[in-house]
Design a protein. Sequence first.
Length: 335
Amino acid sequence: MKLTRREFGAGVSAAALAMAYGKPGWAQAPVVIKFSHVVANDTPKGKGSLKFKELAEKYTGGKVKIEVYPNSQLFKDKEEMDALQLGSVQILAPSTAKFAPLGAKEFEALDLPWLFKDDKQYETVMKGDVGKWLFKKLESKGIIGLAYWDNGFHMVSANRPLLNPADFQGLKIRISGSKIADRYFRDLGSIPQIMAFSEVYQALQTGVVDGCENTPSNYLTQKFHEVQKHITVSYHAHLQYAVIVNSKFWNGLPADLRGNLDKAMNEATDYTNSIAVKENEDALEEIKKSGKTELHTLTDAQRKAWHAAMQPTYTWAKGRVGGEVLDLLSKATSV
Ligand code: LMR
């Protein structure tokens, strides 16, 4: 069986790949893996996906070609999940806030406000039982979770300073998908609205929404800070990604290729998680220097008031994500 480069690129089946592997002509036809994501190259996830490409192509001796499509070039938020299940893209790294449409709303537990103390604790927790337990939820959906990637903590912004819970009253705030975020913004009196990441800049600019939350690296690279007069460096919730693959495709790969890809993914994960904090600190510094927005930090009393206002989300979350993941998280974050 001879497969042309073009057929590989068009998403040939894993079974056909396995059959062709090792036969004459293999060397000329690398397996093409499309890796789609929605953020800029110059972010932790953007750099992580390029690191994975570099290592995967190196470790497989060119038998695999990774095509990285950043900035929603190939698919937007909702479409990419469908595309993964249909096999028209092989790897994604969506934020875990976007997993409910896959039937895995338990991932939203990670959006609880002030859940993680810092990025270090986040990383430890995700490498432990919680991370494994969540990935198990994907198996029945035909998806395998390969890794968790860090992107730090959310800030929040609008065209007025957001310092006290009352400042949120009546504001339309863009959220990325999680019902937990929907809930805590409602607790603050605002009106959350789900919107694809690629549409946020324009929505902020034209006033379709009044505000949003995101990490410094996303604010900077999407220029959200240029269309928001005030940003509060609240770090009220964490943004993380799950790198996921179509399991039929992944399991159909020849075992030695898969082994090398796993190795590349593990190293790319360590790399991404090691740069996330600094990337976001640098981005925050650039935002500050740009002078295009005013940055605010919360006093202890203001933070306490946010905590208190958002507290009902914790009680509500149990009905949404179930007690099991909450128990696992509370055990893991209390050590
Ligand atoms: C968002 O939609 O705000 C984020 O999930 C984008 C991303 O992937 O960092």
